[in-house]
Every structure is written in structure tokens, then in C-alpha cells.
Write a protein that binds this ligand. Structure first.
Ligand code: UTP
Length: 295
């Protein structure tokens, strides 16, 4: 499936404080998950959905992200001289994946503020937002189904996932009505990081969005919300409540997802993805069994 008209926006300008000191000089999106930085999985997911134009919103440590998606002539010629074509292929792959653009978010004023930085690049078209620390397993593709819902409804579409009650305070939470279409819901309301007792449901917004360009106009007047940050959830709540617009739809995701912004989930993601790999899985599985028997 090819979607050449969509652009993807990857906000990667957060402070990543949960990973300090690792994120002191490096964005959390560059932390390796097995042998690739988290953000490369996200760019690959966009490319798999047919997207070729990717805008990354970067913060104070932007250099490593830019360098990763650029070519490195001295490394490439050293590997070429050695005749190591496998490693050469790995190095070249990330610089040939997509058209990568970088825009700076001067200050980390929130996810909504980061998305607003994409306005000029995106123009008057629907676009995709993918959080750079949120990984969707490539075996459970999500974006193509979200784009299909957008194309059917003309509305913004968010990805939702059922989370445990003790975790609702970490997410934007949605109130929804069924549409009669499997796993597609109409979003009636959204609230950012509610307390468990105030949460209207357990359906959490995860890091994939298809947004209509009217979100920019809403973000321009969205005032700081939870945590003093300009929240994308607040802007989407306004679009969902607008009776004159197409509203907001949700697609409930039931596949494998890894939140690499959280330390425990980050470690789980590495183990899960490595165990499933042919080159690393057998050794790792043996070691995990030994480890578990001693716990
Ligand atoms: P998070 O809230 O998970 O990121 O934002 P954070 O603030 O960096 O994390 P901690 O809590 O301090 O560890 C979700 C996504 O939005 C981006 C982040 O980079 C992440 O991908 N983001 C957040 C921005 O790009 N700019 C912001 O101002 C805030």
C-alpha cells in the first residue's frame, strides 16, 4: 500500500527525564533497542506504510538524530575497504530510508507545541504523528488501518489501547461510542492523564495519530494544560467536541507495542525483540531460562 501524499511528523524534543543521566546529552529516541535507535524503528514503520517524507521535531540534542539519518563517508569507506558489506548495508540503510527533515522546537513546551512546529512543512494536508519513543511491532501494522479510517471519515484518527486502571494516569484517556465497525470508535471526549478514579475509561491514547490540518489552528490557541505543557490531547478534545466538523475517531489497537520512554518497558522491548531474532534469540532464550530458574 502506498500513501505518497502523507507526511509523518516525529516529535523527539522531550527532555526524557525518566532516562537521566543517559539522556543528558542524547535524546531518548536515540537509545538503542537491540542494535537500532528507537526512532529508526518508527521511521521504518512510516516507510512500511508508504510514507517517504518524515519531519523530526528535535530539541537541544538534535545532532545525533540528524547524523544517524545522514551518510557517514569515512565509516562507509572503511567498511567498504574491509569488504564488510553486511555492516555497510546497515550503515547505509538509515540514510536511504526516507527524506528526513529536522525542525527545532526551541523549548520543550509540550507535545502539542512540538506538533505545531510542523505546520509549515505539512501545509494543508492530513498528516501522521508518530511518537519517537513508542514502538509498534512490525508484525502488527497499525498505520495503514488508521489511514483507511481517515480516508473513510475525513476525520482525525487516534490509536487507542486498553491499559490497566493503575496506568490510566500516564495517558490521555478517551470516552468513546461504538460505530458498529470492528475496533473503530467515535471519540466523544478526551482527558489528559486523569487520576484512576476520574478516568472515563481505560482506553489510552498511544503514540500514533492521523491528524487533519485544522489541528494547527486549534493548537495555536491551546493554552498550557496538564503539567504546564501545551497538550495535543486538549486540541484533539476540541476537535472531538466540534459538532460542525468530522470529529475524531479512534482505532483500538490490540497488537504488540513497546513504550521505550519508560525504563521497565524499554528493557522488556529489548528482550522481546531480541528473543524473536534468529541471530540472537537462541542464546538469549537459554540465558533467560537460566536466569529465571535462579529468581
Ligand atoms: P513524553 O512526555 O513521553 O516525553 O512525551 P518526555 O517529556 O521527554 O519524557 P520524560 O517524562 O521527561 O521522561 C511524548 C513524546 O513527545 C515528545 C517526546 O520527545 C516524546 O516523543 N515531546 C514532548 C516533544 O517533542 N516536545 C515536548 O515539548 C514534549
Amino acid at each position: 500500500m502506498s500513501h505518497p501524499t502523507y507526511k509523518a511528523v516525529i516529535p523527539a524534543a522531550g527532555l526524557g527525564t525518566r532516562f537521566l543521566p543517559a539522556t543528558k546529552a542524547m535524546p531518548k529516541e536515540m537509545l538503542p533497542v537491540v542494535d537500532k535507535p528507537a526512532i529508526q524503528y518508527v521511521v521504518e514503520e512510516a516507510v512500511d506504510a508508504g510514507i517517504r517524507d518524515v519531519l523530526i521535531i528535535v530539541g537541544r540534542n538534535k545532532a545525533s538524530i540528524g547524523n544517524h539519518f545522514d551518510s557517514v563517508p569515512e565509516l562507509e569507506s572503511a567498511l567498504s575497504t574491509k569488504g564488510d558489506h553486511t555492516k555497510l548495508g546497515k550503515v547505509a540503510h538509515s540514510s536511504q530510508l526516507a527524506d528526513i527533515h529536522l525542525t527545532r522546537q526551541g523549548e520543550p513546551k509540550g507535545l502539542g507545541h512540538a506538533v505545531l512546529r510542523a505546520k509549515r512543512h505539512v501545509g494543508d494536508n492530513a498528516f501522521v504523528v508518530m511518537l519517537g519513543d513508542d514502538l509498534i511491532d512490525e508484525r502488527d501494522p497499525l498505520l495503514p488501518a488508521m489511514l483507511a479510517v481517515h480516508e473513510r471519515t475525513g476525520a482525525s484518527v487516534i490509536a487507542l489501547m486498553e491499559v490497566a486502571p493503575e496506568n490510566v494516569h500516564l495517558y490521555g484517556i478517551a470516552t468513546v461510542t461504538e460505530t458498529g465497525d470492528d475496533d473503530v470508535v467515535k471519540v466523544d471526549g478526551l482527558v489528559e492523564k486523569p487520576r484512576a478514579e476520574d478516568a472515563p475509561s481505560r482506553l489510552a491514547i498511544i503514540g500514533r495519530y492521523v491528524l487533519t490540518p485544522d489541528v494547527f489552528e486549534v493548537l495555536e490557541r491551546t493554552t498550557p494544560g496538564k503539567g504546564g505543557e501545551i497538550q495535543l490531547t486538549d486540541a484533539l478534545q476540541e476537535l472531538a467536541a466540534d459538532a460542525d466538523g468530522p470529529g475524531v475517531y479512534g482505532l483500538i489497537f490490540r497488537g504488540r507495542r513497546y513504550d521505550t520512554g519508560d525504563r521497565v518497558d524499554y528493557i522488556k522491548a529489548i528482550v522481546q525483540l531480541a528473543v524473536d531474532r534468529e541471530d540472537l534469540g537462541p542464546d538469549l532464550r537459554t540465558w533467560i531460562k537460566e536466569l529465571a530458574s535462579g529468581l
